[in-house]
Design a protein around this ligand. Structure first.
Ligand code: SAH
Ligand code: SF4
Length: 344
């Protein structure tokens, strides 16, 4: 199997061309063919010289992800199970909103963070996705849509911890947001969600302009230690301090995700403490009622408990929304992705 050309940076492609005495501006044409015109072969690149096309085809492939299975939820959410080149599986989820789609993509096969409430975490870490595999989740789904303009928002909230695969994630973000030789998504519409790898936050703010979401999920270290082992390394005070210093352009906010788990983190005291903790940061809050899965230890709180929690945050001048995860009937909701394939 030839290497996928999507793994190369623009600079690497230019260098490869120059080594063959091909003008560097050809790189732009080639990349536009791949991302803007969605070419599947080098042969299609008719404005690139024949010899160059042949040479490219001898050295590279332009891979698409193999769709092992697509499931559609009653609410219209689509879950794609992709089979990777080494036989591993990942999932991406396309979520219909009122006038547009949001695409939720994965950054790793499995995840090493082992959060107690997350099915992906249960299976452990298998491997990082390559830059090309991350980009391909977006490129391939766009290619399938009747109207590609309708996909406006991308969230890296699928399988894996994006900041534990930093360089591939940032490389992919570069291509996804490049309006000239990439997929042309606005970085304001791309959100990276992290469990809180503190040392990577400031580089992320420097290297990209994406939105940041933090999976907070608890308001004291004891509870967070229990739910999210990463908290033992980077406890709440360190995480929130890094958030307060995160570079935000005017009017942007950090999203804090808070899974609501019955009897664990859903008290009124928690709500008040959360309001206090987030004070130094420009924050908005997504409350995500816990999604169950087979073998999970937790339950979601009753509706009125969630509403009271939200009202306390609103009274403290926070925007807090309750995110009812979509696609639950096909296990496509937050925390339900596992890509255990019984696909074939
Ligand atoms: N690893 C990253 C991104 C993927 S997890 C992170 O942790 O942020 C994406 C989101 O799904 C996180 O906010 C996580 O808290 C949430 N999640 C995980 N398991 C869940 C569950 N069982 N119910 C509801 N949300 C869950
Ligand atoms: Fe990994 Fe995120 Fe799941 Fe935690 S919540 S195990 S960091 S995918």
């Amino acid at each position: 199997m030839l290497p996928d050309i999507k793994e190369l940076t623009t600079e690497q492609l230019i260098l490869w061309l120059e080594n063959r005495n091909i003008k560097p501006y050809r790189a732009k044409q080639i990349l536009q063919w791949i991302y803007v015109r969605q070419a599947d072969t080098f042969e299609m690149m008719t404005d690139v010289g024949k010899d160059t096309r042949k040479s490219l085809a001898r050295h590279f492939s332009i891979n698409r992800l193999e769709k092992a299975r697509t499931e559609t939820s009653q609410d219209g959410t689509k879950k794609f199970l992709f089979k990777l080149i080494d036989g591993k599986y990942i999932e991406s989820v396309l979520i219909p909103e009122k006038n547009h789609y949001t695409l939720c993509i994965s950054s790793q096969v499995g995840c090493a963070q082992g959060c107690r409430f997350c099915l992906t975490g249960r299976g452990g870490w298998v491997r990082n996705l390559t830059k090309g595999e991350i980009i391909a989740q977006v490129r391939d789904v766009v290619n399938d849509l009747d109207n590609s303009k309708r996909l406006t928002n991308i969230v890296m909230m699928g399988m894996g911890e994006p900041l534990a695969n930093y360089s591939n994630v940032v490389g992919a973000v570069g291509t996804i947001t490049d309006s000239e030789v990439g997929l042309g998504f606005s970085d304001r519409r791309l959100t990276i969600s992290t469990s809180g790898l503190v040392p990577k936050l400031s580089p992320l703010g420097r290297d990209t302009g994406v939105n940041l979401a933090i999976s907070l999920n608890a308001t004291d270290n004891k509870t967070r230690d229990m739910l999210m082992p990463i908290n033992r390394k980077y406890p709440l005070e360190k995480l929130l301090d890094a958030c307060a210093r995160y570079p935000l352009t005017p009017r942007r906010k950090i999203t804090f995700e808070y899974i609501m788990i019955k009897g664990v983190n859903d008290s009124e005291e928690d709500a008040k403490r959360l309001a206090g903790l987030l004070r130094p940061t420009r924050a908005k809050i997504n409350l995500i009622p816990f999604n169950t899965f087979e073998g999970s230890d937790f339950e979601r709180p009753e509706e009125h408990v969630i509403l009271t929690f939200k009202e306390i945050l609103n009274k403290n001048n926070y925007t807090a929304v309750i995110r009812q995860s979509k696609g639950q009937d096909i296990s496509a909701a937050c925390g339900q992705l596992s890509a255990k394939s019984n696909a074939t």
